[in-house]
Design a protein around this ligand. Sequence first.
Ligand code: NAD
Length: 354
Amino acid sequence: MKLMLLAGDGIGPEIADATERVLEALEKRHNLGIELFRQPVGLEALKQHGVTVTDETFADAGAVDGVILGPVSTVDYPPKEKGGLNPSAEFRKRFDLYANIRPSRTRPNVPASVKQMDLVIVRENTEGFYADRTMFQGSGEFMPTADVALAVRKITRQGSERIGRAGASIADGRRNKMTIVTKSNVLKMTDGLFRNAAQSGARDYAGIEVEEVLVDAMASLLVREPERFDVVVTSNMFGDILSNLAAELAGGLGVAGSLNAGDGFAIAQASHGSAPDIAGRGTANPVALILSTAMLIGWIGKRQENEAAILAAHAMERAVDAALASGGALTADLGGSASTQDAALAISRAILPE
Ligand code: NAD
Protein backbone atom coordinates (compact mmCIF):
# COMPACT_ATOMS: atom_id res chain seq x y z
CA MET A 1 0.00 0.00 0.00
CA LYS A 2 1.65 3.22 -1.17
CA LEU A 3 0.87 6.28 0.94
CA MET A 4 2.11 9.85 0.52
CA LEU A 5 2.68 11.85 3.70
CA LEU A 6 2.59 15.64 3.36
CA ALA A 7 3.47 17.03 6.78
CA GLY A 8 2.21 20.61 6.30
CA ASP A 9 2.84 23.67 8.45
CA GLY A 10 2.79 24.60 12.16
CA ILE A 11 2.23 21.42 14.20
CA GLY A 12 2.03 19.45 10.91
CA PRO A 13 5.58 18.01 11.04
CA GLU A 14 5.16 16.94 14.69
CA ILE A 15 1.87 15.12 14.19
CA ALA A 16 3.09 13.69 10.85
CA ASP A 17 6.10 12.13 12.63
CA ALA A 18 3.74 10.70 15.25
CA THR A 19 1.52 9.27 12.52
CA GLU A 20 4.52 7.70 10.79
CA ARG A 21 5.53 6.04 14.03
CA VAL A 22 2.04 4.54 14.45
CA LEU A 23 2.11 3.35 10.82
CA GLU A 24 5.41 1.56 11.48
CA ALA A 25 3.78 -0.38 14.34
CA LEU A 26 0.74 -1.10 12.15
CA GLU A 27 2.96 -2.44 9.39
CA LYS A 28 4.84 -4.72 11.78
CA ARG A 29 1.58 -6.09 13.17
CA HIS A 30 -0.56 -6.27 10.02
CA ASN A 31 1.86 -6.59 7.06
CA LEU A 32 -0.01 -4.33 4.66
CA GLY A 33 3.12 -3.60 2.64
CA ILE A 34 2.92 0.08 3.56
CA GLU A 35 5.41 2.27 1.69
CA LEU A 36 5.43 5.86 2.87
CA PHE A 37 6.64 8.70 0.63
CA ARG A 38 7.18 12.19 1.97
CA GLN A 39 7.07 15.39 -0.07
CA PRO A 40 7.22 18.95 1.23
CA VAL A 41 4.00 20.93 1.18
CA GLY A 42 3.09 24.41 2.42
CA LEU A 43 5.70 26.92 3.58
CA GLU A 44 8.51 24.37 3.28
CA ALA A 45 7.61 23.70 -0.38
CA LEU A 46 7.30 27.44 -0.98
CA LYS A 47 10.85 27.92 0.34
CA GLN A 48 12.27 25.04 -1.71
CA HIS A 49 10.26 25.32 -4.92
CA GLY A 50 8.49 28.69 -4.91
CA VAL A 51 5.05 27.09 -4.66
CA THR A 52 3.17 25.51 -1.74
CA VAL A 53 2.40 22.31 -3.71
CA THR A 54 4.39 21.38 -6.80
CA ASP A 55 3.00 19.77 -9.98
CA GLU A 56 5.31 16.85 -9.23
CA THR A 57 3.56 16.29 -5.89
CA PHE A 58 0.14 16.26 -7.58
CA ALA A 59 1.46 13.83 -10.22
CA ASP A 60 3.01 11.57 -7.55
CA ALA A 61 -0.21 11.67 -5.54
CA GLY A 62 -2.04 10.23 -8.54
CA ALA A 63 0.25 7.21 -8.42
CA VAL A 64 -0.23 6.24 -4.74
CA ASP A 65 -3.14 4.55 -2.97
CA GLY A 66 -3.85 7.51 -0.71
CA VAL A 67 -2.50 10.76 0.71
CA ILE A 68 -2.13 11.93 4.33
CA LEU A 69 -2.13 15.72 4.40
CA GLY A 70 -1.14 17.55 7.59
CA PRO A 71 -2.67 20.92 8.46
CA VAL A 72 -1.57 23.92 6.41
CA SER A 73 -1.18 27.58 7.40
CA THR A 74 -3.14 28.99 4.47
CA VAL A 75 -3.58 32.34 6.21
CA ASP A 76 0.19 32.92 5.91
CA TYR A 77 0.45 32.00 2.22
CA PRO A 78 1.12 34.63 -0.46
CA PRO A 79 -1.48 35.04 -3.24
CA LYS A 80 -1.91 32.19 -5.72
CA GLU A 81 0.06 34.10 -8.41
CA LYS A 82 3.03 34.10 -6.03
CA GLY A 83 2.89 30.38 -5.32
CA GLY A 84 0.41 30.34 -2.43
CA LEU A 85 -1.89 27.50 -3.51
CA ASN A 86 -4.26 26.14 -0.87
CA PRO A 87 -3.22 22.44 -0.86
CA SER A 88 -6.58 21.19 0.49
CA ALA A 89 -8.57 23.08 -2.12
CA GLU A 90 -6.24 22.07 -4.98
CA PHE A 91 -6.40 18.38 -4.07
CA ARG A 92 -10.17 18.58 -3.72
CA LYS A 93 -10.55 20.11 -7.18
CA ARG A 94 -7.98 18.02 -9.04
CA PHE A 95 -9.18 14.68 -7.62
CA ASP A 96 -12.88 15.59 -7.38
CA LEU A 97 -13.02 14.80 -3.65
CA TYR A 98 -16.71 15.49 -3.24
CA ALA A 99 -17.32 13.87 0.14
CA ASN A 100 -15.91 15.26 3.36
CA ILE A 101 -16.46 12.45 5.85
CA ARG A 102 -16.24 13.54 9.47
CA PRO A 103 -17.05 11.08 12.26
CA SER A 104 -17.66 12.27 15.81
CA ARG A 105 -17.66 9.75 18.60
CA THR A 106 -17.37 10.09 22.36
CA ARG A 107 -14.20 8.32 23.46
CA PRO A 108 -12.91 6.92 26.76
CA ASN A 109 -11.35 9.52 29.06
CA VAL A 110 -11.96 12.38 26.61
CA PRO A 111 -13.99 15.16 28.24
CA ALA A 112 -17.16 15.62 26.15
CA SER A 113 -20.20 17.86 26.41
CA VAL A 114 -22.61 15.05 25.60
CA LYS A 115 -23.01 11.60 27.16
CA GLN A 116 -22.93 9.54 24.02
CA MET A 117 -22.37 10.30 20.36
CA ASP A 118 -21.37 8.05 17.46
CA LEU A 119 -22.22 9.63 14.14
CA VAL A 120 -20.65 10.49 10.82
CA ILE A 121 -21.28 13.76 9.02
CA VAL A 122 -20.95 13.42 5.25
CA ARG A 123 -20.59 16.92 3.87
CA GLU A 124 -20.87 17.74 0.17
CA ASN A 125 -17.54 19.33 -0.66
CA THR A 126 -17.67 20.74 -4.18
CA GLU A 127 -20.78 22.95 -4.43
CA GLY A 128 -23.00 24.91 -2.04
CA PHE A 129 -22.27 28.45 -0.94
CA TYR A 130 -18.51 28.50 -1.45
CA ALA A 131 -17.65 31.26 -3.89
CA ASP A 132 -14.73 29.33 -5.41
CA ARG A 133 -16.95 26.34 -6.28
CA THR A 134 -20.11 27.75 -7.81
CA MET A 135 -19.09 29.34 -11.09
CA PHE A 136 -17.61 28.23 -14.40
CA GLN A 137 -15.97 31.64 -14.62
CA GLY A 138 -15.71 34.34 -12.00
CA SER A 139 -16.61 34.28 -8.33
CA GLY A 140 -19.88 33.16 -6.77
CA GLU A 141 -19.75 36.20 -4.54
CA PHE A 142 -20.18 39.65 -6.08
CA MET A 143 -21.27 43.22 -5.37
CA PRO A 144 -23.68 44.85 -7.85
CA THR A 145 -23.34 48.13 -5.92
CA ALA A 146 -21.11 49.33 -3.08
CA ASP A 147 -23.91 48.56 -0.61
CA VAL A 148 -25.18 45.21 -1.87
CA ALA A 149 -23.28 41.93 -1.69
CA LEU A 150 -24.65 38.70 -3.15
CA ALA A 151 -23.56 35.06 -2.97
CA VAL A 152 -24.76 32.26 -5.23
CA ARG A 153 -25.42 28.79 -3.82
CA LYS A 154 -25.06 25.92 -6.25
CA ILE A 155 -26.91 22.63 -5.81
CA THR A 156 -26.92 20.05 -8.62
CA ARG A 157 -28.80 16.78 -8.98
CA GLN A 158 -25.59 14.91 -9.77
CA GLY A 159 -23.68 16.39 -6.81
CA SER A 160 -26.56 15.71 -4.40
CA GLU A 161 -27.17 12.19 -5.68
CA ARG A 162 -23.57 11.16 -5.27
CA ILE A 163 -23.31 12.55 -1.73
CA GLY A 164 -26.53 10.69 -0.86
CA ARG A 165 -25.00 7.51 -2.29
CA ALA A 166 -21.75 8.09 -0.34
CA GLY A 167 -23.72 8.60 2.90
CA ALA A 168 -25.79 5.47 2.36
CA SER A 169 -22.69 3.39 1.64
CA ILE A 170 -21.33 4.45 5.05
CA ALA A 171 -24.67 3.86 6.83
CA ASP A 172 -24.71 0.41 5.22
CA GLY A 173 -21.73 -0.67 7.34
CA ARG A 174 -23.13 1.00 10.49
CA ARG A 175 -26.66 1.36 11.93
CA ASN A 176 -28.45 1.73 8.55
CA LYS A 177 -29.82 5.18 9.23
CA MET A 178 -29.28 8.34 7.20
CA THR A 179 -30.44 11.85 8.10
CA ILE A 180 -30.52 14.44 5.31
CA VAL A 181 -30.14 17.94 6.73
CA THR A 182 -31.62 20.82 4.74
CA LYS A 183 -33.49 24.10 5.05
CA SER A 184 -36.04 22.95 2.48
CA ASN A 185 -38.91 24.77 4.21
CA VAL A 186 -37.30 28.05 3.07
CA LEU A 187 -34.89 27.08 0.29
CA LYS A 188 -37.56 25.05 -1.45
CA MET A 189 -35.89 24.66 -4.83
CA THR A 190 -32.24 24.19 -3.89
CA ASP A 191 -32.71 22.14 -0.75
CA GLY A 192 -35.74 20.40 -2.22
CA LEU A 193 -33.51 19.21 -5.06
CA PHE A 194 -30.74 18.31 -2.62
CA ARG A 195 -33.10 16.17 -0.50
CA ASN A 196 -34.78 14.42 -3.43
CA ALA A 197 -31.52 13.65 -5.23
CA ALA A 198 -29.74 12.52 -2.04
CA GLN A 199 -32.70 10.20 -1.33
CA SER A 200 -32.46 8.84 -4.83
CA GLY A 201 -28.68 8.20 -4.46
CA ALA A 202 -29.34 6.38 -1.18
CA ARG A 203 -31.70 3.95 -2.95
CA ASP A 204 -28.64 2.13 -4.31
CA TYR A 205 -28.35 0.67 -0.80
CA ALA A 206 -31.27 -1.45 0.36
CA GLY A 207 -32.50 -1.28 3.94
CA ILE A 208 -31.30 2.24 4.78
CA GLU A 209 -33.82 4.27 6.74
CA VAL A 210 -33.74 7.85 5.41
CA GLU A 211 -35.18 10.89 7.21
CA GLU A 212 -34.98 14.65 6.68
CA VAL A 213 -34.25 17.12 9.51
CA LEU A 214 -34.14 20.91 9.14
CA VAL A 215 -30.76 22.45 9.93
CA ASP A 216 -31.96 24.66 12.81
CA ALA A 217 -33.62 21.68 14.50
CA MET A 218 -30.47 19.67 13.83
CA ALA A 219 -28.32 22.16 15.76
CA SER A 220 -30.54 21.61 18.82
CA LEU A 221 -30.83 17.85 18.40
CA LEU A 222 -27.07 17.42 18.10
CA VAL A 223 -26.76 18.89 21.58
CA ARG A 224 -29.87 17.30 23.06
CA GLU A 225 -30.10 13.82 21.50
CA PRO A 226 -26.92 13.13 19.52
CA GLU A 227 -27.26 9.38 20.12
CA ARG A 228 -30.22 9.22 17.72
CA PHE A 229 -28.05 9.98 14.64
CA ASP A 230 -25.97 7.57 12.60
CA VAL A 231 -24.99 9.11 9.22
CA VAL A 232 -25.83 12.75 8.50
CA VAL A 233 -25.71 13.92 4.88
CA THR A 234 -25.77 17.61 4.14
CA SER A 235 -24.70 20.39 1.81
CA ASN A 236 -21.36 22.13 2.07
CA MET A 237 -21.86 25.02 4.50
CA PHE A 238 -24.35 23.27 6.80
CA GLY A 239 -21.89 20.37 6.95
CA ASP A 240 -18.98 22.69 7.69
CA ILE A 241 -20.75 24.17 10.70
CA LEU A 242 -22.50 21.05 12.03
CA SER A 243 -19.37 18.91 11.81
CA ASN A 244 -17.39 21.37 13.96
CA LEU A 245 -20.26 21.48 16.44
CA ALA A 246 -20.40 17.67 16.57
CA ALA A 247 -16.60 17.40 16.90
CA GLU A 248 -16.55 19.89 19.75
CA LEU A 249 -19.45 18.17 21.57
CA ALA A 250 -17.68 14.81 21.32
CA GLY A 251 -14.33 16.00 22.69
CA GLY A 252 -12.79 18.65 20.47
CA LEU A 253 -10.91 19.06 17.21
CA GLY A 254 -7.83 17.27 18.58
CA VAL A 255 -9.64 13.92 18.24
CA ALA A 256 -11.65 14.74 15.09
CA GLY A 257 -10.43 12.73 12.12
CA SER A 258 -11.67 13.37 8.62
CA LEU A 259 -11.40 12.03 5.11
CA ASN A 260 -11.90 13.83 1.81
CA ALA A 261 -12.99 11.21 -0.68
CA GLY A 262 -13.98 10.95 -4.32
CA ASP A 263 -14.88 7.84 -6.30
CA GLY A 264 -11.29 6.77 -6.85
CA PHE A 265 -9.11 8.71 -4.43
CA ALA A 266 -9.07 9.90 -0.83
CA ILE A 267 -7.04 12.14 1.43
CA ALA A 268 -6.73 11.84 5.19
CA GLN A 269 -6.81 15.26 6.82
CA ALA A 270 -7.34 16.22 10.43
CA SER A 271 -10.21 18.67 10.90
CA HIS A 272 -8.08 21.14 12.84
CA GLY A 273 -5.65 23.72 11.49
CA SER A 274 -1.89 24.14 11.90
CA ALA A 275 -2.14 25.49 15.50
CA PRO A 276 0.75 28.00 15.17
CA ASP A 277 0.26 28.97 18.84
CA ILE A 278 1.64 25.60 20.02
CA ALA A 279 3.86 24.63 17.05
CA GLY A 280 7.36 23.37 17.86
CA ARG A 281 6.62 22.55 21.51
CA GLY A 282 5.98 18.83 21.07
CA THR A 283 2.61 19.11 22.81
CA ALA A 284 0.21 18.89 19.84
CA ASN A 285 -2.35 16.13 19.86
CA PRO A 286 -1.67 13.71 16.97
CA VAL A 287 -4.89 11.70 17.44
CA ALA A 288 -6.95 13.50 14.76
CA LEU A 289 -4.35 12.85 12.05
CA ILE A 290 -3.88 9.26 13.21
CA LEU A 291 -7.65 8.64 13.16
CA SER A 292 -7.86 10.26 9.71
CA THR A 293 -5.12 7.89 8.55
CA ALA A 294 -7.09 4.93 9.96
CA MET A 295 -10.10 6.13 7.93
CA LEU A 296 -7.93 6.31 4.80
CA ILE A 297 -6.60 2.78 5.28
CA GLY A 298 -10.16 1.51 5.85
CA TRP A 299 -11.37 3.35 2.73
CA ILE A 300 -8.55 1.88 0.62
CA GLY A 301 -9.28 -1.55 2.10
CA LYS A 302 -12.98 -1.33 1.17
CA ARG A 303 -12.24 -0.08 -2.34
CA GLN A 304 -9.52 -2.64 -3.04
CA GLU A 305 -11.41 -5.43 -1.22
CA ASN A 306 -8.40 -5.80 1.06
CA GLU A 307 -9.74 -7.40 4.23
CA ALA A 308 -6.39 -7.05 6.05
CA ALA A 309 -6.45 -3.27 5.53
CA ILE A 310 -10.03 -3.05 6.85
CA LEU A 311 -9.02 -5.02 9.96
CA ALA A 312 -5.89 -2.87 10.42
CA ALA A 313 -7.99 0.31 10.26
CA HIS A 314 -10.27 -1.04 13.02
CA ALA A 315 -7.19 -2.01 15.05
CA MET A 316 -5.86 1.57 14.76
CA GLU A 317 -9.18 2.95 16.02
CA ARG A 318 -9.21 0.53 18.95
CA ALA A 319 -5.57 1.38 19.75
CA VAL A 320 -6.42 5.08 19.93
CA ASP A 321 -9.27 4.34 22.34
CA ALA A 322 -7.00 2.11 24.46
CA ALA A 323 -4.27 4.78 24.61
CA LEU A 324 -6.84 7.42 25.57
CA ALA A 325 -8.36 5.12 28.21
CA SER A 326 -4.95 4.48 29.78
CA GLY A 327 -4.13 8.20 29.73
CA GLY A 328 -1.09 7.58 27.49
CA ALA A 329 -2.52 9.67 24.64
CA LEU A 330 -4.02 12.45 26.75
CA THR A 331 -2.26 15.60 25.54
CA ALA A 332 -2.74 19.03 27.15
CA ASP A 333 -5.83 19.88 25.03
CA LEU A 334 -7.52 16.81 26.54
CA GLY A 335 -6.50 17.70 30.09
CA GLY A 336 -3.46 15.41 30.21
CA SER A 337 0.28 15.89 30.10
CA ALA A 338 1.37 13.49 27.32
CA SER A 339 3.65 14.88 24.64
CA THR A 340 2.97 14.30 20.93
CA GLN A 341 5.56 11.51 20.91
CA ASP A 342 4.21 9.98 24.17
CA ALA A 343 0.81 9.76 22.53
CA ALA A 344 2.28 8.16 19.39
CA LEU A 345 4.16 5.64 21.53
CA ALA A 346 1.06 4.75 23.58
CA ILE A 347 -0.98 4.18 20.40
CA SER A 348 1.85 2.19 18.77
CA ARG A 349 2.13 -0.03 21.86
CA ALA A 350 -1.60 -0.64 21.84
CA ILE A 351 -1.22 -1.88 18.24
CA LEU A 352 1.99 -3.82 18.83
CA PRO A 353 2.70 -4.57 22.50
CA GLU A 354 6.44 -4.74 23.16
P1 NAD B 1 -6.44 25.78 14.53
O1 NAD B 1 -7.33 24.60 14.39
O2 NAD B 1 -5.08 25.66 13.97
O3 NAD B 1 -6.29 26.15 16.09
C1 NAD B 1 -7.40 26.46 16.93
C2 NAD B 1 -7.02 26.12 18.39
O4 NAD B 1 -7.01 24.70 18.55
C3 NAD B 1 -5.64 26.61 18.80
O5 NAD B 1 -5.67 27.03 20.13
C4 NAD B 1 -4.77 25.37 18.66
O6 NAD B 1 -3.65 25.37 19.52
C5 NAD B 1 -5.74 24.26 18.99
N1 NAD B 1 -5.40 23.01 18.29
C6 NAD B 1 -5.66 22.73 16.97
N2 NAD B 1 -5.19 21.52 16.68
C7 NAD B 1 -4.66 21.02 17.80
C8 NAD B 1 -4.02 19.78 18.10
N3 NAD B 1 -3.84 18.82 17.20
N4 NAD B 1 -3.56 19.59 19.36
C9 NAD B 1 -3.73 20.54 20.30
N5 NAD B 1 -4.33 21.73 20.08
C10 NAD B 1 -4.79 21.96 18.83
O7 NAD B 1 -7.21 27.03 13.89
P2 NAD B 1 -6.69 28.51 13.59
O8 NAD B 1 -5.80 28.98 14.69
O9 NAD B 1 -7.91 29.26 13.25
O10 NAD B 1 -5.86 28.40 12.24
C11 NAD B 1 -4.43 28.32 12.20
C12 NAD B 1 -4.00 28.07 10.77
O11 NAD B 1 -4.51 26.82 10.31
C13 NAD B 1 -4.49 29.13 9.78
O12 NAD B 1 -3.45 29.40 8.85
C14 NAD B 1 -5.65 28.45 9.08
O13 NAD B 1 -5.83 28.92 7.77
C15 NAD B 1 -5.16 27.01 9.05
N6 NAD B 1 -6.23 26.00 8.93
C16 NAD B 1 -5.89 24.90 8.20
C17 NAD B 1 -6.79 23.85 8.11
C18 NAD B 1 -6.38 22.64 7.32
O14 NAD B 1 -5.24 22.52 6.96
N7 NAD B 1 -7.28 21.72 7.05
C19 NAD B 1 -8.02 23.90 8.78
C20 NAD B 1 -8.32 25.02 9.56
C21 NAD B 1 -7.39 26.07 9.64
